[in-house]
Ligand binder design. Structure first.
Ligand code: UD1
Length: 432
């Protein structure tokens, strides 16, 4: 297993290109299952989660072609997906186990083929993460849902039926899945309390380009008028707001200056507000965000995660780490997932001063120094938080289990090295 070796203490300065958004790309790939024509996705990040999702689609019968391309100065991937016929209607355990987002096959397969067997994803490091909202909505649309041997077996006679749904939680996954099911349903589906994350807007925009009739995009009430058939399209994936927010913290924590090329400031308004209140200078440009913390004394901030446009849970671990370098105390409250402070014990080993209260909140107090240590993380964003800590720690930090990072941060060490970080990937074989 590869590891990252970081020598802390370098101020980061320069430009970083923000890649296409993983959380937009994953449902977009599955949306290609809704048509028997070619769907081309551009600005795709090269991440292990994308490779896993592609493998699942190939298993279902999709023909995929990929090529390298450069968009807005950034090297990325372009994939074409063609699913003329399905060779299987099963999303097996081995795929879902690797990546929860495999459940995005559910809505499209049920809509186009009227049948799917999907291994149920279990809980994960950050929480229980059930699928009850997805399943109950599809049932209300006429699907028969059975749980057997760890699988959801979902089927429908003829077409799903449009209906009026009210979600009890504004779930990102359920909104995407049900939207993909509803575009080919008979009649009109209304989703009340739909999630409003920009990645959902990106999916809705592509579905509309394919012939779907979705309105209310960006609001919490989506109206989807079912159509008989969708056609192919070419779609450019939106920039990754979580990657951009993560590198914004890298600039702030090292008191450097980084321009985040292609980042969309309008998708990061709450994190930007917190950074500004803490004392970081932020310039919002049409095609980039400039984060300048040179010479700044930061002041601790309280923050609470929330559904979009609130503070994203996927940036909580990174901001918590930043607050270790801000004067005073900061209270960080997690409201989306029940177990999302797994990075804290590792940060404590590096000299952090953090008190976690129950599962929901943590008080972070500033420390003069962090000390390098071997650390390991349990999830993607927590891993980035440990990288951030390593960037300012005295001495050497080894981040283990970086397969988490490879799931969601494209060319992480190259990007950080390009702005001056002392970071390298150690391949176990090289060491032997
Ligand atoms: C997506 C993102 C993830 C992000 C999260 C919240 C992807 C691939 N992942 O995850 O990075 O952290 O949104 O912004 O886009 N819930 C239920 N029942 C359900 C569905 C969800 O109780 O049927 C709960 C979850 O356990 C969680 C909360 O609702 O506590 C929000 O989950 P949800 O918005 O669905 O997150 P994901 O789509 O899994």
């Amino acid at each position: 297993m590869d590891r990252l070796k970081i020598k802390g203490g370098k101020q980061l300065n320069g430009q970083i290109y923000i890649s296409g958004a993983k959380n937009a790309a994953l449902p977009l790939i599955c949306a290609s299952l809704l048509t028997d024509e070619v769907v081309t996705l551009t600005n795709m990040p090269l991440l292990s989660d994308i490779i896993s999702m592609n493998a699942l689609l190939e298993q279902l019968g999709t023909k995929i072609e990929s090529r390298d391309e450069i968009i807005d100065g950034n090297a990325c991937k372009n994939y074409t997906y063609l699913t003329k016929e399905f060779s299987s209607l099963v999303a097996p355990y081995d795929y879902v186990r690797k990546m929860r987002a495999s459940y995005y096959a559910l809505g499209p397969l049920l809509a186009r083929k009227g049948y799917i067997e999907l291994s149920l994803p279990g809980g994960c490091a950050i929480g229980a993460r059930p699928m009850d909202i997805h399943l109950s909505a599809l049932e209300q649309m006429g699907a028969n849902i059975e749980i057997k041997n760890g699988y959801v077996i979902a089927s429908v006679d003829k077409r799903l039926k449009g209906t009026h749904l009210v979600f009890n939680i504004a779930s990102v996954g359920a909104t995407c899945n049900v939207m993909m099911a509803a575009v080919l349903a008979d009649g009109i589906t209304i989703i009340e309390n739909a999630a409003r994350e920009p990645e959902i807007g990106d999916l809705a925009a592509m579905l509309n380009d394919m012939g779907a009739k979705i309105s209310g995009i960006g609001t919490s009430v989506l109206r989807i008028e079912g159509v008989e058939k969708l056609h192919g399209t070419i779609h450019k994936v939106i920039p990754d707001r979580i990657e951009a927010g993560s590198y914004a913290v890298a600039a702030a924590i090292t008191r450097g200056k980084i321009e985040l090329i292609n980042a969309q400031a309008e998708t990061l308004q709450t994190p930007i507000k917190i950074l500004r209140q803490a004392g970081v200078k932020i310039e919002e440009k049409p095609q980039s965000i400039v984060v300048d913390a040179r010479g700044c004394k930061l002041v601790g901030q309280d923050l609470m995660t929330d559904y979009y446009p609130g503070f994203p849970t996927d940036l909580q671990a990174q901001f918590l780490t930043l607050m270790l370098t801000a004067e005073g105390a900061s209270m960080i409250t997690e409201t989306i997932f029940e177990n999302r402070f797994m990075h804290v014990p590792e940060l404590l080993r590096m000299g952090a001063n953090i008190n976690v209260h129950g599962h929901a909140s943590a008080i972070v107090r500033s420390v003069d120094k962090l000390y390098g240590a071997p650390v390991m993380a349990t999830d993607l964003r927590a891993s980035f938080a440990l990288v951030l800590a390593g960037l300012i720690a005295e001495g050497e930090t080894i981040v283990n289990r970086i397969y988490h990072l490879d799931r969601g941060y494209e060319k992480l060490e190259q990007k950080l090295r390009s702005v001056g970080a002392d970071i390298e990937r150690i391949n176990n074989k090289e060491e032997e």
